[in-house]
Design a protein around this ligand. Structure first.
Ligand code: COA
Length: 381
């Protein structure tokens, strides 16, 4: 992707929790959950919830979803500019060559209970990586670069290893000839994926890579403020992302669609939930008061993907999801509640055949970029 004038220098006054209601308190006022308290000034991304604008380093998310790749977007977020082709080639090659994990990390994963949550396995393995690759001098640019490369490269391998090993299957080694998303899907199934499916996953990773300040980024930044190494920073952010109020919504969407079961049951199910004052998963957002721009992009991708994979011209899961969105919008119109990014990502991951409890791990594979971009910005300041 080529673009002039990439960073327009906008920054978000990032708060401890994404919120729109709270006012900024004075120093001595107590603000529950740090709502409205500016915690950092950052140029990594910019969001305007009233107009539905999300930019990474001054570039609209729509442009990146259409023209970029996850690794190029990662470079942009980390280094505040799009890479020249040679820089992207080098960065991609470095990431590709560091995908393998040490057999002792695999052994560690093998020892974990198969009924444990995959995010706990990921957190434990990432923390252990820090013991194999000590990164004590976090101010050294070499240490920063190679820690970033290792984390971006190895997180998908760890996720795929636990996915296979907990089923009693062998781990599948990464393949250097495959791109980031294709290689991840290959490590799950030992099959080279359909390029349309791999592209859909790559776009999901771009769309989840960063979103200004949020609980997991804040958590990582608190850890980074002690000059802890980046493996510890990322493992603490993974722990925070695990919670159902943060990284768990896509999983909840898939489970909700399963519970609804059929198009006929959509309206009664949603009406009953709303009457009981329960939240509909995959709807609503703290910041966006119009449709989440990422949800619009993912809906387009889901439509294309389902059309491609449809059997006998039909794709029941997509038809069900569209009906849930249509009825949900109708019922919650008055409150300005729309589908969010997790609505269609849940649908997409389900179509890719992933186990639902792994959905937060896909979020982590993407957001490791945002955590590291904030880490770099913080320690370079
Ligand atoms: N289902 C039903 N009602 C919802 C809703 C949802 N998903 N999201 C918000 N509402 C309701 C609120 O309860 C509130 O109702 P009230 O005025 O009668 O009290 C009203 O809509 C306004 O809510 P708002 O202030 O805009 O949202 P919020 O900041 O309180 O909550 C979320 C934001 C994200 C926490 C919330 O929408 C939610 O829990 N969504 C479901 C989980 C999810 O998909 N999370 C992923 C977010 S990317």
């Amino acid at each position: 992707m080529r673009r002039e004038g990439i960073n327009e220098g906008k920054s978000n006054q990032a708060t401890g929790h994404e919120t729109r209601k709270a006012k900024t308190p004075t120093m001595l006022e107590f603000s529950p959950g740090l709502a409205g308290v500016p915690a950092a000034k950052s140029k990594v991304s910019f969001v305007d919830g009233r107009t539905g604008l999300l930019e990474y380093r001054g570039i609209r998310i729509n442009e990146l979803a259409e023209h970029s790749s996850f690794l190029e977007t990662t470079y942009l977020l980390l280094y505040d500019r799009l890479p020249a082709q040679a820089e992207l080639d080098r960065f991609s090659a470095d990431v590709t060559h560091h995908r393998r994990i040490k057999y002792r990390i695999t052994d560690l994963i093998k020892c974990l209970p198969e009924h444990g949550h995959p995010m706990d396995a990921l957190q434990a393995a990432v923390a252990a990586l820090g013991m194999f690759y000590p990164a004590r001098n976090v101010l050294d640019p070499e240490v920063q670069y190679w820690s970033i490369v290792r984390l971006i490269a190895k997180v998908p391998t760890i996720v795929a290893a636990y996915y296979r090993l907990r089923r009693g299957d062998d781990q599948i080694q990464p393949r250097d000839d495959l791109d980031h998303a294709s290689n991840f899907l290959y490590m799950l199934t030992e099959k080279v994926p359909n390029p349309v499916v791999a592209k859909a996953l790559d776009t999901c990773l771009i769309l989840h890579a960063e979103h200004t300040m949020n609980a997991s980024t804040f958590s990582g930044m608190v850890t980074a403020s002690t000059l802890a190494d980046p493996y510890t920073v990322v493992s603490s952010a993974i722990g925070t992302l695990k919670g159902p109020l943060h990284g768990g919504a896509a999983q909840e969407v898939a489970e909700m669609l399963k519970a609804i079961g059929s198009v006929d049951n959509v309206r009664p199910y949603l009406e009953q939930k709303l009457a009981a004052k329960e939240k509909i998963m995959g709807f609503g957002h703290r910041i966006y008061k119009v449709k989440d721009p990422r949800a619009t992009i993912l809906q387009g991708i889901a439509r294309q993907l389902f059309a491609r994979l449809a059997r006998h011209g039909r794709s029941p899961l997509y038809e069900l999801a569209e009906e849930v969105e249509r009825v949900g919008e109708e019922l919650m119109q008055a409150k300005g509640i729309h589908a969010n990014v997790d609505f269609y990502s849940g649908v997409l991951y389900k179509t890719m055949g992933l186990d639902t409890d792994f959905f937060p791990c896909i979020f982590a594979m993407a957001r490791v970029t945002g955590w590291l971009a904030h880490w770099l910005e913080q320690i370079q300041d």
